[in-house]
Design a protein around this ligand. Structure first.
Ligand SMILES: [Zn+2]
Length: 302
């Protein structure tokens, strides 16, 4: 973890909730890759041959989540992303109802897609809702209760677009510094608040800063609160560009990208929609489309 990350960490550990709400962010700035612990999906590989899904998908583009019309992209001064292929029928990640949860930072797929996750929930810019309504780019939102509770409603139109809400603790602590009972309170209380507010229990959990993701203690805490996977990331969006964990600084099929609900204060004057537009441009220029993470994950049979 970068020194920068550590100092933020200390701020949070001191319990400065006011600062938290301002969210200079999540602190998941990822110092070029060292901060984000990489992990591979523990889920079994799909039995189907990798080549079969994209071929089938090409013939059924109707359900492509990313899209919007050309005029919508032009309105935001963006080139349209390639439409995403149809979601795979055989999900690359299969979650179990019980037992240890897998930890992953990408999804095994040959589809030329990446997944966008947006964390914390500090910036609540109405323009971003307008942008996503126009562009229909899928996102997953990992929300922190103490950061979103002043306006749970902001995220509801984003959810209504088909985007899922996932667990990111109550106060955004460094999880590995907490006793198991405290870890559990952080995850379980966010789980129940988000379930109550948004009507669906989060399936996925992301620890702040990616910290503790691979510890047995955190895995147990997650299991006891309901989420069935721990999700990390391969790239971290900053203001105009991404930090890549890979040395070649290129997106790979199935990469999970971390971004944040941030505004001008955290983005050196740039807005949430400018940041997100730049993120889409970086994805577009590398020839990728954006798919919905949850469409590549099979929830446990209930
Ligand atoms: Zn965070």
């Amino acid at each position: 973890m970068s020194r920068d990350g550590r100092s933020r960490t200390r701020t949070y550990a001191a319990g400065a909730l006011a600062l938290l709400a301002l969210a200079t962010g999540c602190g998941e700035k990822g110092g070029g890759g060292s901060a984000a612990p990489a992990a591979t999906a523990a889920a079994p590989a799909a039995p189907q041959s990798a080549g079969a899904a994209p071929a089938a998908a090409a013939t059924t583009p109707g359900t492509a989540p990313a899209g919007g019309d050309a005029a919508a992209w032009a309105k935001w001064n963006l080139k349209p992303l390639a439409p995403a292929p149809a979601p795979p029928a055989d999900k690359p990640v299969k979650l179990e109802r019980t037992g240890a949860v897998p930890v992953f930072s990408d999804v095994k797929t040959s589809d030329k897609v990446v997944f966008i996750t947006i964390d914390d929930g500090a910036e609540k810019d109405p323009k971003f809702v307008e942008m996503l309504t126009d562009l229909k780019v899928p996102i997953s939102m990992f929300l922190t209760k103490d950061i979103v509770k002043n306006d749970y409603g902001y995220f509801k139109p984003l959810q209504a677009l088909g985007n899922h809400i996932q667990n990111h603790t109550v106060t955004h602590p460094v999880m590995s510094k907490l006793a198991p009972e405290k870890q559990k309170a952080e995850i379980c209380d966010d789980q129940s608040a988000l379930t109550q507010q948004y009507g669906t229990a989060p399936l996925l959990f992301r620890p702040p800063f990616g910290d503790g993701a691979n510890t047995p203690t955190l895995n147990t805490s997650v299991q006891e609160c309901g989420p069935r996977a721990i999700v990390l990331w391969r790239e971290s969006m900053q203001i105009h560009d991404m930090q890549y964990q890979a040395g070649d600084k290129k997106l790979k099929p199935g990469d999970i990208i971390l971004a944040h609900f941030r505004g001008p204060k955290e983005l050196k004057g740039a807005t949430m929609t400018q940041m997100f537009g730049d993120l889409l441009a970086r994805i577009q220029e590398q020839g990728f489309s954006v798919a919905r993470l949850e469409d590549y994950i099979q929830a446990p049979a209930s």
